[in-house]
Design a protein around this ligand. Structure first.
Ligand SMILES: Nc1ncnc2c1ncn2[C@@H]1O[C@H](COP(=O)(O)OP(=O)(O)OP(=O)(O)O)[C@@H](O)[C@H]1O
Ligand SMILES: [Mg+2]
Length: 366
């Protein structure tokens, strides 16, 4: 493989790797999930997970700004997990990855295919080929020409990959898979799709991830993404409102938001208006989706990300959009190890979609 030439693990599209844990480096925290295979077919056990907060700005917009702080955080999260597994899967943000479907003649041997992929990639990637990590997967025969195969190509600049690998190495962990965040979320989404009537076959489901800074709307049809939109909006805005309204420090505002204890008018003056603005944004994203695609119905909205834990957000979104709304729990169908605190997991689960999808890279999906 092309990636063998590089000294960096790259595996956007590969399907199975032995013992590993999923590590999500996001802007507010580092999250780790460990799954194992259950005795039940196609079912998993949630063995452990950890969410360790990151210092402000250590990671922003998908870039690691403070390698030392990020490594330290990853090491702490790993220690808290109490796992022995040191092999990890990581993901790059979508913005750091260029993916493209291309067509090549069928029947090429592996070497020729690599050469051709490299040549094709040169046309699409705005960087020198030796500056990028490249991976590809043969999807199958081309739909319109049986003499060709369809290939999914994924590439990212080496620096994007190297920074993340370095964070892990300093934390004492070894990266064996490098995935893409929305692919990982889509993998975990399959666990949620199983919970919907009829697996939501031939229906559109909006997966709305509301994190600290970004709201990502990913609309899926039979598990395939058909529309994606990012909006600069998230829980951090609410924390800032709390801070300015009640004259609190960032830490006090964040703790108050999550654990309660804020003044009485918090709900009416701060929480409800924020919740409404999130619901409005989801509604707007849906309208944009309808006007820019051939679809005209969304059957379910699944809320994910840390901010999905905001009280009654599901109801607010359902009322505004008139679409059935549920809170993401990719572990709902899984067996939970005795170590897992069920009530805490209920709160944390929506924020663990990417880490869960990354942990699933341990298994063969077939
Ligand atoms: N129990 C809770 N109630 C309300 N908000 C919460 C709760 N737990 C976490 N949050 C909020 O969720 C946000 C973090 O969510 P998440 O971990 O999904 O973000 P992230 O992935 O780091 O951010 P982004 O995706 O924007 O880069 C923070 O704003 C945090 O305050
Ligand atoms: Mg996030």
């Amino acid at each position: 493989m092309i990636k063998d030439k590089l000294n960096i693990p790259l595996d956007f599209l590969y399907t199975k790797t032995p013992s590993l844990i999923g590590v999500d480096i996001c802007s507010s925290s580092i999250k780790i999930v460990e799954l194992s295979e259950s005795t039940k077919k196609n079912s998993y056990v949630l063995e452990r997970y950890a969410i360790e907060p990151l210092p402000i700005n250590a990671v922003s917009d998908g870039n690691v700004n403070d390698m030392e702080a990020a490594s330290e955080c990853m090491r702490r999260a790993w220690k808290r997990m109490g796992t022995r597994i040191k092999k990890i899967s990581l993901a790059l943000p979508a913005a750091a990855v260029i993916s493209k479907k291309i067509f090549l003649p069928s029947g090429l041997n592996e070497k020729d295919m690599e050469h051709q992929v490299e040549a094709e990639a040169n046309q699409y990637i705005p960087f020198a080929i030796d500056e990028v990590n490249l991976d590809f997967q043969v999807l199958g025969p081309a739909p319109s020409n049986s003499a060709e195969v369809e290939i999914l190509l994924a590439a990212s600049r080496n620096v994007n990959v190297e920074d993340r690998v370095a964070v892990a190495e300093v934390a004492g962990l070894k990266v064996v898979v490098m995935d893409v965040e929305h692919y990982a979320a889509e993998m975990a989404f399959e666990q949620i799709r199983m919970q919907l009537p009829g697996g939501a076959l031939d229906q559109c489901v909006a997966l709305v991830d509301i994190g600290a800074h970004v709201m990502n709307v990913n609309i899926l049809h039979n598990g395939q993404s058909v529309y994606m939109r990012d909006q600069q909006m998230g829980g951090e805005q609410l924390t800032q409102h709390i801070q300015s309204t009640f004259g609190l420090s960032t830490e006090e505002a964040e703790t108050g938001k999550i654990n309660g204890g804020l003044p009485e008018n918090y709900e009416s003056d701060v929480l409800i208006p924020f919740r409404e603005s999130l619901a409005d944004e989801v509604y707007r994203a849906m309208q944009l989706f309808f006007t820019s695609t051939q679809f005209n119905e969304i059957s379910y909205i699944v809320l994910a990300g840390g901010s999905a834990a905001l009280p009654n957000l599901g109801d607010a979104v359902a009322t505004r959009t008139q679409v059935k709304t549920l809170i993401a729990n990719p572990f709902a169908q899984m067996t939970l190890s005795e170590r897992i605190k069920k009530r805490q997991l209920q709160i944390d689960a929506p924020a663990l979609m990417i880490a869960c999808g990354l942990a699933m890279r341990r298994f063969d999906p077939s």
